[in-house]
Design a binder for this molecule. Structure first.
Ligand code: CTP
Length: 401
């Protein structure tokens, strides 16, 4: 399946760079064309000559001259690939990527590329756990950068722990997964809601909730990564825009409904937003002043967007997915909610204190459909998003029919 694909491999300077030679060999065996960029530090660990011999192509390194630039500009270098792989990705290169620096050919190429990027980090265990590295990884993941590894084990410097470069066969498997999944939802249209809604009391005050938007944004990113033409309708959040999705920003539940209806028709709708159940019936047009009396807020019910999308007649998406946060009798409540709202699947999230969901990044999901329940193991919100996107692709079947 990989035959004919083009990979731009960026090798940065770590002892694990020797494994990149094996990776190149395996990729070439599979008929992949591999073009390599080496950082200056990488050339201390493996020679450009070995890399050139194995990749059967010219190597672009720090000796890259102005003559080369006129033959093959760095922009072209960054675009003439189906996938950019960084292996090994050192703490330094990850930091430069996160900061958007362009201080050598590798970093310049990474900021100039419009292609998906897969990183395979390798470093000392303390560097891996350092808050700076972890913050850089979170930022890169939020930009849609894919990752494989690192593995745990004995490191080159004698210490033990996380930081070993993934093995060449694991990097190859991640590349395989990327190409297998990248077109699964091609030709499909998806709509995702995310974040809280803000319901005004007056021009300066509002009613809101604590939703971060992390799960909804991750789902939009995962659907877009599988090739779906994705619209994300989001309330106010601090999350960066998911790569590849069209983002419509709204504040209130009513605005969210209008934006969702405008995005129809779609094949897939996933409602992950924490929509306010009520709004103030008549928000004040001027700031409410303290006049000695306590204001009384009269509330009215907001539209249920999930229920509306599930009952839009001919324009109904083929698959409508909702969420339910439950603390007890999770599956029974989720089944009831599924019937009441008319959606196809409910992802019930166990938020009971025993589940450890609160305050953590880990979710325990039960997928409830008309046939029963599928229990997923505890996983991060990003993993939930990726698994859901794959599950949706399986359900709809590949292709555009
Ligand atoms: N939802 C929606 N519009 C609303 C309220 C909820 O689209 N006005 C969607 C959410 O995005 C989520 C699902 O409905 O996918 C479940 O929301 P939840 O708040 O758990 O459901 P409620 O109907 O409010 O039920 P409960 O009585 O448990 O609060």
């Amino acid at each position: 399946m990989l035959a004919g694909k083009r990979i731009l491999l960026i090798i940065s300077g770590g002892i694990a760079a020797y494994k990149s030679l094996e990776l190149i060999r395996r990729l070439r065996d599979r008929g992949v064309s591999v073009r390599c960029i080496m950082t200056a530090a990488a050339t201390n660990f493996v020679t450009p000559l070995s890399v050139a011999a194995l990749s059967e192509d010219k190597v672009y390194d720090e000796l890259w001259s102005l003559t080369d630039e006129s033959e093959m500009g760095h922009i072209r270098l960054s675009r003439e690939a189906d996938l950019v792989v960084v292996a090994p990705a050192t703490a330094d290169l990850l930091a430069r990527m996160a900061a958007g620096m362009a201080d050598d050919l590798a970093a310049t190429t990474l900021i100039a590329t419009d292609k998906p990027v897969l990183i395979a980090p390798a470093m000392n265990v303390v560097m891996w756990h350092h808050p700076a590295t972890q913050a850089n990884l979170t930022l890169l993941a939020s930009r849609g950068i894919l990752r494989v590894g690192p593995n745990a084990g004995k490191l080159a410097d004698g210490e033990e722990g996380l930081g070993r470069l993934a093995e060449p066969h694991e990097i190859l498997a991640a590349i395989d997964d990327f190409f297998a999944g990248s077109g699964l939802l091609k030709g499909r249209r998806a709509l995702v809601t995310s974040g809280p809604t803000h319901e005004p009391i007056d021009p300066v005050r509002y009613i809101a909730n604590r939703s971060s938007g992390k799960q909804g944004h991750a789902i939009a990113a995962a659907l877009a990564a599988l090739g779906a033409e994705t619209t994300l309708v989001s309330g106010p959040t601090h999350e960066p825009d998911p790569p590849g999705a069209r983002v419509v920003r709204i504040e209130t539940a009513q605005e969210m409904l209008v934006a969702c209806e405008a995005a129809l028709p779609v094949d897939i709708a996933v409602c992950a937003a924490a929509v306010a159940d009520w709004r103030v019936a008549s928000p004040a047009t001027q700031k409410v002043k303290k006049d000695g009396r306590l204001p009384v807020l009269s509330l009215t019910e907001n539209p249920d967007i999930l229920a509306r999308l599930s009952t839009t007649g001919a324009a109904r998406p083929r698959l409508v997915v909702g969420f339910a946060a439950e603390t007890e009798e999770i599956v029974r409540h989720a089944q009831e909610k599924r019937r009441r709202k008319g959606c196809d699947w409910i992802l019930a999230n166990d938020v009971s204190p025993a589940s450890g969901t609160f305050g953590g990044d880990s979710n325990r999901i039960h997928l409830v459909d008309d046939t029963g329940v599928e229990d997923w193991p505890a996983m991060s919100k990003r993993e939930v998003a990726e698994r859901l996107a794959k599950r949706i692709a399986d359900h709809l079947g590949a292709g555009t029919t």
